[in-house]
Design a protein around this ligand. Structure first.
Ligand code: ADP
Ligand code: ZN
Length: 597
């Protein structure tokens, strides 16, 4: 019964015919009165899991959300879909705030968005106890945990706030990233009561993962952008300096990219973010400071110019691509210098107690950059999904131009060198020995006397190091998770050595990998219509002042382009077209189709 009603609302307001399987379970759990913890990857459709219950339950749902910009976007999107929602924060002037409070007390809204730091303010303490709160939905719930990658102390005020209320509403927590430790923290620190926990798979099937090592990064980025005109994308770099350099390089080559990092004025940052959300700037070069507040669904690519510091961080940043479910690229450009940069940042951070933990996170990241196996499987295994298939067919390592090479002898050389160095050194020292380096430290340790000294002298040190990292990623070597990671042999290494097992590795055949990303999104004949629809969407967006992706998502535009509906009824059939949007935008789109059919 609940479900039929939920489904009707899903079509009416959001224009979708079906819930995704995880959504259905979570909504059901909330509607049955359970505290609920939902862990879903970015783009899986978390918001609908509390928005639909908010519409059904009596009273107003309070949504706690970490960022003011995100709040405004979500509220704009809801209003565009015809759902009465609002937010209250310190950026509003007093009159506007009083106005909203008054309407709130009259029951005019189904959802109220607030930031956690606002919970303990005078306004909220006087208003919230007088409301009928149906549900408290906590977005980005991992922010409550110090173990998460985005700890926000104010999240710890949520539980006391709930306890100050005259009665206890239902509580539902949502996050995209949660290791078991973080999950436990969420349940305990938010004081969820016998919560139902739903962990939906972490897979994002529409994301194409790719790692490129040792490419000319600047030119790769430039070519990629030129080959994807009109596509929105983010390029993350590790430092402000790098952002500036790359930004300048792109400008000099005629690409009107935006830039974003913490060293810029608040005003410039807001402007850049707005330009991106409203499709005025296609490409942003940024540090990881960019993106938390961005819900833009039509980001078509995320390129990491440098290796990030953890898989959690990487998956979240890369996951900003393709929220609309359309094919999108997540490309990581790796160079050995990236390891040094990240180590420097870790060892020079203020929080010295986290050095070992952060080095452990980094070593997994390095493995990702070197694994010859399926990249998606690596990521999913990392997040605890051991059922993930080891061949996805849609990542660079599953698909790329590669040939299988016998690396048995090379592997033996490295393993025996590590062994002879007493398993007490890291990859750069081992590589130096194999190279036959004349460095003083090699002599000091007497390593120039080892039988493995200079065994790989015809190779570049860089390549030897990379090969060692590959063996680590393949599991033939272990690395300690400490400030100075050392290599050691493990069971797999000994098995290999004892049984004279052969080792094979996929080796990319091209020197400089050409851009060969699948842009399976549109067939050519539709591309023209799609681009025109994109233009129409942009015009509408500018006229009414909401971001283009809120008018309709790329996915919806694409299905308009393929089906070319002729009547309002047909238009309403399209996924993403709800009643309000049909009423507001229908005529304009139908006119367009008439003129372009
Ligand atoms: P998250 O918060 O989990 O990252 P969102 O709530 O922003 O994800 O949803 C991601 C995208 O998926 C949005 O464009 C949303 O409209 C779309 N979406 C959500 N639920 C459905 C559904 N049942 N069918 C089709 N699209 C959906
Ligand atoms: Zn794969």
């Amino acid at each position: 019964m609940n479900l039929t009603n939920s489904k009707k609302l899903l079509k009416k307001y959001f224009g979708y015919d079906e819930f995704r399987p995880a959504q259905e379970k979570i909504i059901d759990s909330i509607l049955n009165g359970n505290d609920t913890l939902a862990i879903m990857p970015t783009g899986a459709g978390k918001s609908i899991c509390f928005q639909i219950p908010a519409l059904i339950l009596d009273g107003v749902a309070v949504v706690v959300s970490p960022l003011i910009s995100l709040m405004k976007d979500q509220v704009d999107a809801l209003n565009t879909a015809g759902i009465p929602a609002t937010f209250i924060n310190s950026a509003l002037d007093k009159m506007e705030r009083d106005n909203r409070v008054e309407r709130l007390l009259k029951g005019a809204y189904k959802l109220l968005y607030i930031a956690p730091e606002a919970l303990d303010t005078y306004t909220m303490n006087s208003v919230l106890p007088n409301l009928k709160i149906s549900l408290i939905a906590i977005d980005e719930a991992h922010c409550v945990s110090q173990w998460g990658h985005d700890f926000r102390p104010h999240y710890q005020e949520i539980a006391p706030f709930i306890e100050r209320l005259p009665y206890r509403p239902l509580v539902a927590a949502f996050t995209a990233t949660a290791t078991p430790k973080v999950q436990e923290d969420i349940v305990n620190l938010l004081r969820l009561q016998s919560p139902k926990v739903y962990i939906s798979g972490f897979d994002r099937p529409n994301l194409y993962f790719k790692v490129l090592r040792n490419v000319d990064k600047d030119n790769f980025v430039l070519d990629y952008i030129k080959e994807h005109p009109g596509d929105s994308g983010i390029i993350y770099a590790a430092t402000q300096k790098k952002v500036e350099q790359l930004h300048l390089f792109l400008l000099q080559h005629g690409i009107k990219a935006g830039r974003y990092h913490a060293g810029l004025s608040n005003q410039e940052r807001i402007q850049t973010q707005d330009d991106f959300i409203y499709d005025r700037t296609d490409v942003i070069v940024a540090t990881v400071a960019f993106g938390m507040g961005i819900d833009k669904s039509n980001v078509r690519f995320v390129i990491h110019y440098n290796m990030p510091k953890s898989i959690e961080g990487y998956y979240q940043e890369a996951g900003r691509a393709g929220r609309d479910g359309e094919k999108s690229d997540c490309i990581l450009l790796f160079a050995q210098g990236d390891i040094n940069t990240q180590k420097y940042l870790i060892t020079h951070s203020e929080d010295t107690s986290r050095i070992a933990a952060n080095m452990a996170l980094l070593s997994q990241m390095i493995k990702y950059c070197h694994t010859p196996y399926c990249l998606r499987a690596f990521l999913l295994n990392y997040f605890g999904d051991m059922e993930a298939k080891d061949y996805c067919g849609f990542c660079e390592n599953c698909e790329g131009n590669a040939e299988l090479k016998d690396i048995t002898v090379d592997t033996q050389m490295v393993l025996s060198c590590v062994y002879r160095m007493s398993e007490r050194f890291g990859s750069s020292m081992v590589a130096d020995v194999l190279k036959g380096s004349k460095a003083e430290r090699i002599k000091t340790w007497g390593f120039d006397k080892l039988s493995t000294y200079g065994l790989m002298k015809e190779r570049r040190v860089k390549d030897i190091r990379e090969f060692i990292e590959t063996l680590v990623a393949m599991g033939y070597l272990s690395v300690t998770e400490s400030e100075y990671p050392t290599l050691s042999l493990n069971e797999k290494s000994w098995n290999m050595l004892r049984n004279k097992e052969q080792v094979f590795c996929k080796v990319k055949t091209e020197k400089r990998a050409k851009v060969d990303i699948k842009t399976a999104n549109a067939s050519n004949e539709n591309a023209d219509i799609f681009n025109k629809l994109r233009k129409l969407r942009l015009d509408i967006s500018r006229r009414i002042g909401i971001p283009p992706f809120m008018v309709f998502s790329d996915a919806t535009l694409r299905s308009i382009a393929t089906t070319m509906p002729k009547t309002k009824e047909e238009f309403l059939q399209i996924s993403g077209v709800g009643e309000k949007k049909l009423a507001v935008f229908g005529d304009e789109f139908l006119d367009f189709i008439r003129n372009n059919a």
